[in-house]
Design a protein around this ligand. Structure first.
Ligand SMILES: Nc1ncnc2c1ncn2[C@@H]1O[C@H](COP(=O)(O)OP(=O)(O)OP(=O)(O)O)[C@@H](O)[C@H]1O
Ligand code: SF4
Ligand SMILES: [Mg+2]
Length: 469
């Protein structure tokens, strides 16, 4: 489906609904909204359920060093009051092995951006309407029967190189098939039956052939997305109690993840993996916790279980949405340390969503600042903390308490975020901005490049001076 046509359809479908002076919606407007919602949503839903050929959603990364590239992402909610443009043209990337922090005040679209990447936006009202989310995976290579192709052990010479057969192909290692008593099974002619020996991966699970592929998550059918969600991308939510199922034990839920995503995993190997992951996240008595129900654990322990569960399939990307907000300060620090150390162990990348600038400063390599569904500034952690340019970023930093600095009151950014259903056609921050210049009365400022890594959407960074007021 063509992106432009959906955006155009939205533009046209709601043009007769006006909120300019009030939030009141007449019965006629309500009907227009309902009709447009149903038309657009059913079109998008049908598209998600289609049987798509892989060529429709396999793509190329713009930079092979990135693991994720959000490109002009638009995720909207089609509500009874109109279209909420929660994410409205967001572009940023997550380089392999890095931590990208996403900050911004409540409701600015941080969670919706991450949920879009997982294809977990609340449907049918929430929909990715345009843009791309490119994600680089190390997917299994599937055979014609739809099953992953096993990787076999080869017979090797003294130097460890595979030995070649007459056709020049590596010789696969075989072993006799045993019956229940441990005796070799034989065929009709009395010859021993042999089977190929499958190689194992670093975690001891059967190994399969893999292939590096880039998918456009925004265009992927839901059935395909299920294969990478939880395996290649894992998510840690703010409140672990809502993500863990209260009626199953921790072990049960952890094993389920491994059994679902690791072909060839058995109940025993899944259990061993779960207990090993619990140890990795600093739970000493892993075997004990494995048998417990979520309500029998403390908040910090539940969050560790969530992290252990997220890591059990060696994801290449971890999305942590406010991972420490529900925890006290000491446990917060431990969880952040833990995230840092596991990232190094699995060489994964982290998308870290938080309100807390202190957490970002301590953890992130890159920072994305969002405001009302758009990126207002992005750059390296030094760009954002040492050289902030957007008045919103500057305001956020001023509103952060500083140790050893006595102050009578803490700065807060005046005013409120505009109504998400009826965004102005000028800079969204203008009504709260204390640095406005004449140019700010024009259209929404473009995102301009101020250095190789630093981008800002503000007329001040675009050459306009405060003296132009
Ligand atoms: N299911 C939904 N239906 C309608 N609107 C929604 C829904 N989920 C989110 N939104 C809207 O999308 C916008 C962005 O929400 P989002 O949850 O991404 O904010 P956030 O930046 O994560 O905020 P917080 O810091 O409070 O978690 C908000 O205006 C919100 O009202
Ligand atoms: S563009 Fe103008 S109104 Fe918007 S943040 Fe910059 S200075 Fe303020
Ligand atoms: Mg959120």
């Amino acid at each position: 489906m063509n992106d432009k046509t959906v955006l155009q359809q939205i533009e046209e479908g709601y043009k007769d609904v006006g909120h300019k002076d009030s939030h009141y919606i007449s019965a006629k407007e309500g009907r227009i909204i309902a009709r447009a919602n149903s038309r657009i949503v059913s079109r998008l839903e049908k598209n998600k359920k289609r049987k798509a050929d892989e060529s429709e959603y396999v793509t190329e990364m713009r930079d092979p060093n990135n693991i994720v590239e959000f490109d002009d992402l638009h995720t909207y909610f089609f509500t009874d009051s109109g279209v909420v443009k929660s994410v409205d043209g967001v572009s940023f990337e997550i380089p392999q092995g890095s931590v990208v922090g996403v900050v911004g005040e409540s409701g600015c679209g941080k969670s919706v951006t991450s949920l879009s990447l997982m294809q977990l936006v609340q449907a049918p009202q929430g929909q990715i309407v345009a843009g791309s989310i490119r994600f680089r995976t190390e997917d299994f290579l599937y055979g014609e029967d739809g099953k992953p192709i096993p990787l076999y052990e080869y017979v090797r010479d003294e130097d460890g190189n595979p030995m070649l057969d007459e056709q020049g192909n590596p010789t696969v290692l075989t072993r006799p098939v045993l019956d229940k008593k441990g005796n070799p099974k034989r065929d009709k002619n009395g010859d021993p039956i042999v089977e190929k020996v499958q190689a194992t991966d670093a975690d001891g699970f059967p190994a399969f052939r893999r292939v590096s592929k880039t998918y456009d998550v925004a265009k992927m059918p839901a059935s395909q997305m299920r294969k990478i969600r939880g395996k290649e991308i894992a998510m840690i939510f703010q409140e672990p109690m809502t993500s863990l199922n209260p009626v199953f034990t921790v072990g049960n839920q952890m094993d389920e993840v491994v059994l679902l995503h690791v072909p060839g995993a058995t109940r025993e190997s899944a259990k061993a993996r779960s207990i090993e992951m619990l140890r990795l996240v600093g739970i000493a008595e892993g075997e004990l916790v494995y048998k417990k129900y979520p309500h029998e654990l403390s908040g910090g322990m539940r969050q560790r279980v969530m992290i252990a569960m997220a890591l059990s399939c060696n994801p290449r990307l971890i999305i942590a949405d406010e991972p420490t907000t529900a925890l006290d300060v000491t446990i917060q620090a431990q969880i952040l340390e833990l995230l840092k150390s596991v990232r190094e162990k699995i060489n994964g990348s982290i998308m870290l969503i938080t309100h807390d600038l202190g957490v970002i400063a301590g953890m992130a390599d890159y920072v994305v600042v969002m405001y009302a569904g758009r990126i207002v500034e992005k750059g390296t952690v030094e760009d954002i903390f040492d050289r902030p340019l957007h008045p919103y970023t500057v305001g956020l930093q001023k509103s952060k308490p500083v140790v050893n600095q006595k102050t009578d009151w803490l700065y807060s950014i005046p005013g409120q975020v505009p109504n998400p259903i009826d965004m102005p056609d000028y800079c969204y921050f203008k009504d709260r901005c204390q640095s406005c210049v004449a140019a700010c009365n024009g259209e929404y400022p473009p995102l301009v490049k101020v250095s190789d890594t630093h981008y800002v959407a503000c007329y001040l960074a675009n050459g306009a001076k405060e003296s132009d007021k």
